[in-house]
Design a protein around this ligand. Sequence first.
Ligand SMILES: [Zn+2]
Length: 494
Amino acid sequence: MTEEILVNVTPQETRVAVLAAGQVQELLIERAASRGLVGNLYMGKVARVLPGMQSAFVEIGLERAAFLHVADIWGHRKAGTNGSGEAGGDEAGKPIEKILAEGQPVLVQVLKDPIGTKGARLSTQLSLAGRLLVYLPQDPHIGISQRIEDEAGRAALRERLKELVPADEKGGFILRTLAEGASEDELRADIEYLRKLWRDVSERALGAQPPRLVYQDLSLAERVLRDMVTADTSAVHIDSRENHQKLDAFAAAYTPSLRARLEHYTGERPLFDLYNVEAEIEKALARRVDLKSGGTLVIDQTEAMTTIDVNTGGFVGHRNFDDTVFKTNLEAAQAIARQLRLRNLGGIIVVDFIDMDSMDHRAAVLEEFRRALARDRTRMTVSGFTALGLVEMTRKRTRESLAHVLCEPCAACGGRGEVKTARTVCYEVLREVLREARAFNAREFRVLASQPVCDLFQEEESGALAMLSDFIGKPISIQVETSYAQEQYDIVLM
Ligand SMILES: [Zn+2]
C-alpha cells in the first residue's frame, strides 16, 4: 500500500502524519519545549567520583551534573544482541576510581533525560543510529533487532553484514528492523554514513573544551526521512521552506534516491486541513469511535491497560443478527488496528468484540485483526479468544501515547471522565453548611457555586435550602461563580 507523509512545522512543534488509503494511520508530534536529550553526545568533565556508589557525577553543561554508573562504563549490550562478552574492552570489571579521576574529560551519551531534581543518566558506551543500523563505535560485534524473528533470516543477515563491514572497522553494528529487506548497497551506504558521522563526532570531541554538546540526535523531521520513508512512500510534503531545504540537504547527503519525493507544500490551506488531519487528531482523542456499519468502539486508557469495547449500532433484527455482528466485528478489527497505531497505545490491550456463536466467524475476525495489525511498525503479540471471549494483546510502548502528549487529566473531574451531578453537589453543599454552622458562629452563610448548582438551589431544591436555614437559624445566600466547574463550590462565613 502506498503511503504519503505530511510534515507540518512551526517554531513550537513539528507534527508528522502518515497517510495510507486516504486515511491518517500514524501521528507523531515533537515539541521544541520538550525535546529530550536522550542520544545526545557530550564531551563532559568528571566533577566527582563516588567509589562507595561506584558512580561519578559528570558536568555536561546542564543545570545539574549528570550521573554515570560503573555498569554503564563496562557496558552490557542491549537485549536482542548475542553478546560476545567483550564489550567495554580493558575497563570491564575495574572499579570506577581506577577508570575516572576528577577533572578528566570524558565522552558520554545521555541514556535518560533529567527528571525533577535527578540529573541525566549517562553511559560511555556510545551508539549512533542510522536508518538500517545502529553503530557501536567501541564494541566489535554484530547484533540483530529482536523484531526480526525468523532465525534463518537473522543468521543470513548477520553474515551479509559481516561481509560488508570494512576490515579496519573497530566498532560493531546492530541491524534494525528496516534492514530486513535492505539491499547490499543500502546497507553499505548506512555503514559509510555512520562511520563518517562518528569521525565527525570524534573530531569535534577532540577539539572541544568540556562541557560541550558534540552530537545531537536528529529532529523528528529528519528521523522521518531516516526511519519511516520506505519504497512504499510516494511523497513527503513539507510545509516549511526552511525545513524543506534542510531535509533536502539531509537527503542529498544520505538517501539521494529520496530527494525526488520531497515536496515543498506552498498551498493556501494549512497542510493538515487539506488532508483532514486536524479532524483526525480530534477524533483520535475521543473515547468513542464511530464505525461505518453503525457500530462503535469505546476506548479506555487506564494506568494498567487499554480496553476496547465493540458495540453494534442501535437495534438489530433477529433475522440477520449473526451477520450484522460478524460484519461489525470485521470492521472493528481494522478500525482497532488503526486506532492503536494512531493513538500510539502501548502495553496491555484487551479487546471485547461483540459475542459470536460461530467458530468460523471468530476465526475470521481474529485473522482480519492480525492482518490489519501487520502494518504496524511496532512489536506486538496477540492471543486468541480467551475463555471470556476477549482478545488480549500487547503492543510495545515506544513514545508516549497521543493523549499523553496532547492532554492532561481533566481538572473538573480529576480524570474520572465523569462529574458529579448538580444535585449531588447541592446535597454536598447542604451537608457542608450544616457542618460549618456547628463549628463556627457566623452571621450568615454564602454559597458560591456553579450556575447549574445555583439553579437547583433556586428552584427544585429551594425547599431544602429554606429548611436548613431554618434549622441552623441563619440566612443562607446563593451566588453564582461562572468560572466554577460543576463540582466546585465554596462556603463563605459572613
Ligand atoms: Zn473530566
